[in-house]
Design a protein around this ligand. Structure first.
Ligand code: FAD
Length: 497
């Protein structure tokens, strides 16, 4: 660590101090311990006293804990950690501010790892959380005219995030009310209700907030620009999950039937909670108010979110590789791989995966530094990738269901299979092609969790909507894709002026 810089303690933000052995990295157990901080979480009408003791949250917490342990495993350490150049500390790569293409490739490596670990069904893994802070740093040149002090605050926040290996949720989107109401008339819109010398007090409600109940902090940033947005709602900031005045109202769990991992290989690894966050006069110290009443920041949703878009697209590109593997595993197990129509469906899934992969390679190869010196992937490639991935995903999930046929419903729970009057007969009657009946059953349990379960639908909804749905992506692509050369050729050929 640079000896001249005092350690970033960030007491208010970090909350529960958990003893650690490494300056910046936390083990899975230390991450789990950090969540026992008295946060207010409500699930099914109940106050959850300790999220780590709540089975529906704990499974997801354990899955995320595996990502922290990977930081210490010699086999995976390089994939998920990096040396922070200023301090010399080894940090979680998610918190690395990218200064080169190589740094972006390090980010890709960590996203790949977390996607394979979670099957990509956690949209907000720990490597995602710092995106908004990094985006803010990348575009400081837009912010600094109005708020010259913002960069120091954001740098300190990033340092705290690095030092404490924090998991951050995104707090962006406002709740649904009548979309005809102008923003100032929307009573619940999160806003600063009191400005003090030492900080601000905010009240209101926010939607989504995936992983906030299982993470440490949430980064507040602004939703897509709207001309009626009142000044007091223009806020970029951060709050800890345990802060006084916040209540996290969780949706009902989507993972069910979890008696044994054999029955639900994916759902049994849990899920990330989504919920609405109620803010009741929450105090945020000034050092964490990165931007307030700044019109440049409030109008730059897409620009400031560019790094987030990249991470989401990258996760989906690795998920697509898993889908391609799933399609092949299905046709192998059923012995349908010789049928032309079946091979065509598998090829569609392969084309989806290959396209997303190609977008990601191009995005990184064409990466450039922003005016503020942060390296970001080519935004047009990222937007096109996100659009293609979002629009194509329902079709890919349908392909898995189509390829599976009755496999998705002729599944038998482990407890039934273990009955002596049934199991041996199923073993005889249901074998697949070069796989036993029980193995085939396990495969379709997994395919069910990937394509058809409640949790599969929840992640499909997530992919469709999170951090910019297809409609604004199309608008963004229309605005930014350079087709001037093609246009000139057409105009010339058609004899247009
Ligand atoms: C599982 C899940 C997890 C989420 N997690 C988070 C999170 O972690 N953080 C966070 O901030 N948000 C989160 N969200 C919220 C998500 O960002 C929003 O749902 C998304 O931005 C769409 O906004 P909305 O739901 O308010 O849609 P609304 O504005 O209420 O619109 C409803 C529908 O109308 C249509 N529509 C509206 N406006 C337009 C338009 N201009 N052009 C075309 N069609 C339009 C669209 O079909 C849209 O879906 C999550 C959502 C889901 C489903």
């Amino acid at each position: 660590m640079n000896k001249s810089t005092p350690p970033a303690t960030g007491e208010w933000l970090v909350g529960r101090a958990v003893e650690r052995t490494d300056p910046c990295l936390r083990t899975g157990a230390q991450y789990v311990e950090s969540l026992r901080d008295g946060r207010a979480v409500i699930l099914g009408g109940r106050d959850v006293e300790d999220v780590t003791k709540e089975p529906q949250l704990r499974r997801g917490i354990d899955t995320l804990a595996g990502l922290f342990d990977a930081q210490f495993d010699p086999e995976t350490r390089e994939e998920v950690t990096s040396i922070e150049p200023k301090s010399g500390n080894r940090i979680a790569t998610g918190w690395l501010v990218p200064r080169s293409k190589d740094d972006l490739k390090r980010h890709l490596a960590t996203i790949r790892f977390s996607t394979l670990h979670t099957f990509g069904v956690f949209g907000r893994p720990p490597d995602y959380g710092p995106v908004k802070a990094i985006g803010f740093m990348a575009f400081n040149h837009l912010v600094k005219k109005e708020e010259p002090g913002a960069i120091d605050k954001i740098e300190r926040f990033i340092e705290i995030g690095q030092r404490h290996n924090l998991v951050s949720a995104d707090i962006i989107i406002d709740v649904q009310t009548s979309r005809k109401l102008p923003m100032p008339e929307q009573e619940g819109r999160l806003r600063v209700v009191e400005q003090r010398k030492d900080g601000v007090i905010v009240s209101g409600i926010k939607a989504g907030n995936s992983v906030m109940a299982q993470g440490n902090i949430g980064t507040i940033s602004m939703p897509p620009p709207n001309p009626t947005m009142p000044d007091e709602c223009m806020l970029w900031s951060v709050v800890p999950s345990h802060v006084e005045g916040i209540k996290n109202i969780l949706r009902e769990p989507a993972t069910t039937g979890l008696e044994h991992p054999e029955d639900h290989p994916l759902d049994s690894a849990g899920e990330e909670g989504d919920g609405m966050l109620l803010f009741d006069r929450v105090f945020i110290p000034d050092e964490y108010v990165f931007s307030f009443k700044n019109k440049a920041t409030s109008g730059a949703y897409y620009t400031l979110g560019r790094f987030a878009q990249f991470k989401i697209a990258a996760r989906l590109s690795y998920r697509a590789e898993i889908f391609a593997g799933a399609a092949q595993a299905i046709v192998d197990a059923l012995g349908t791989d010789h049928i032309q129509g079946v091979r065509a469906l598998v090829a569609d899934v392969c084309a989806y995966a290959a396209t997303l992969r190609a977008f990601m390679v191009a995005a990184v190869e064409r990466a450039q530094a922003t005016e503020s010196g942060v390296f970001l992937p080519d935004p047009v490639m990222v937007t096109a990738c996100r659009l293609h991935s979002v629009v194509g995903l329902p079709g890919i999930m349908q392909h898995l269901r189509e390829l599976s046929g009755q496999g998705l419903i002729s599944r038998v729970p482990r407890a039934t299979w273990e009955r002596q009057d049934i199991g041996p007969l199923l073993d005889r009657y249901l074998p697949g092609y070069k796989v036993s009946a029980r193995e085939k059953n396990r495969l379709f349990n997994l395919i069910w969790d990937m394509s058809s379960s409640g949790a599969a639908l929840r992640i499909a909804l997530f992919e469709n909507l999170n951090a910019t749905p297809a409609a604004p992506l199309r608008e963004e692509l229309y605005r930014t894709y350079d087709r001037s050369e093609g246009l000139a050729i057409i105009r010339k050929k058609a004899g247009l002026d």
